[in-house]
Write a protein that binds this ligand. Sequence first.
Ligand SMILES: [Zn+2]
Length: 188
Amino acid sequence: MSEHGCNRPHRDRRQALVMLLGGGLAGAALGTPRQASAGATQMAPLPADERFMRLAIAEAAKADFPFGAVIVRDGDVLATGRNLGKTTNDPTAHGEMVVIRHFVAARPADELKGTTLYTSGEPCPMCMSAILWCGIGRVVFAASIEELARKLGQIMLTSRQVADAAPFATVAITGGVLAAEALALFQK
Ligand SMILES: [Zn+2]
């Protein structure tokens, strides 16, 4: 009796520990697909990507700093934007921020969901966060942050790292479309 009385709490503690560990492992296993369904997915370029990227690069060629962006849905360009940092005395006027502002000036913000944003430079953490808050479904960029950092100062977080830190958002990212053409604007 005394042995039973003595061992039982010990066995219960062990069972509780096993359940905790088991629960932890089960939680980790459940966490894996949740993690994979949120954040960024890498996506191969689509046939139309170069056409829209050329429009973004044309915007970049007119910009204060050579960055331009367009927002597209179903093959239609719904907004264009370019860096206006000097023109508007606004250091946050990156091409992506400007194209989003142009879009919502003309349409309900809800319509950003499911659009594709083309940008001549990989979105910085500020712009990538804005893209995620807006529910934009896909980002296509030309030059990467790593490539841009050789031209001018960058915050060294990739768009993917920012997206992966946002469990509420799912975004497809395609990089490197016409990167050389976008980078060539820095030589001018
Ligand atoms: Zn930015």
